[in-house]
Design a protein around this ligand. Sequence first.
Ligand SMILES: *Cc1c(COP(=O)(O)O)cnc(C)c1O
Length: 390
Amino acid sequence: MTFDTDRYRHETPGVHNRIHFNNAGAALMPLPVYMAVKDHMDLELNIGGYEAQDRARPAFERTYDAIAELINCDRSEIALVENATVAWQMAFYGLPLQEGDRILTAEAEYAANVIAFLQLKQRKGITIDFIPSDNTGQVDTDALEAMIDDRVKLISITHIPTNGGLINPAERIGKIAKKHGIPYLLDACQAVGQIPVDVEKIGCDMLSATGRKYLRGPRGTGFLYVRKGFMEKMDPPFLDMHGAEWTEIDRFEVRPDARRFENWEFNTSAVLGLGAAVDYLLEIGIEPVSRRLRILADTLRTELSAVAGVEVHDIGAEKGGLVTFRHMDKSADAVKCYLSENKVNTSVTTTSSTRFDLEKRNIDELVRSSVHYYNNENEIDRFVEILKKM
Ligand SMILES: *Cc1c(COP(=O)(O)O)cnc(C)c1O
């Protein structure tokens, strides 16, 4: 079976303007996503926001089904929120963590998550322990198992960190979490849409993801998955009259599904765009998407490593679509600006986004060039040529 890159490029107008290697920042939307957003905006313009929402109800509800199909869960286990950070926070701050409890996390954990751990440490006196990485750079699952004791009340891991090739062994970690009955929160922000993510196989209790990255959805979208049966052990950090019902003067009832983690007002256009993005992906299939983008990333890594003065800094036994590198003579910002002047999109990642990992590796900044399935070999060649001329 051939992968129809030309078709996907044809449906992605952005590829004609730039070499877009910033998919880990925000991927280019395909036309069906743009049209879903735009059509609904037009409807709001013409008939009113609430009235447009009524008409869009089936498509709006479809977004839950599409996500549930993609990650293999029930639609009632999905909450739609404005980004992955809010999704993650609704889960984390909803856990009954207390003084003395231990959280185990990975060395390459995302900054926002670690800040939340530190806040809870300050507020409640919980303990944060970093699971060592093995010599490939991924979470050492033997070390994880050895760290477990009665005080461990959460394993919280980033599946694919924000800066590097690394893909953490989410499934093996899930087996350990399950064996010891420890809640497992997975930040799958860079994973969903990039690699197959199946919550049953992984065995996580909570998972957060964003719309704009590898899913190719609009900005300002994200979702939270919470396992049925686990939900009841949590207390949503915020509730409104969408997440709960005011049933008597002094009583309220929390919704039975994961929408208890949502709030009332939605950017309906964006939700429809997210639904269109997931449907677009389901039609192509996550397996071929994942294979294709990994081939491209491997090619990019190989070609970049051959450029004089450039060092690729990716870790992991298994590597994904995020390729990070350093130019020996130029700052990451200078490289990014130069590339941008040449119509190439990349981004810069600094110590503050994954401090534990980058300080350990003695790296203060990296250029991140992240590819998606709609990129092609020609773009990689041109990218490397442009970089060589710097
Ligand atoms: C981008 C990112 C986030 C945050 O996603 P938002 O949608 O911007 O909130 C969380 N975790 C990881 C690993 C990320 O790369």
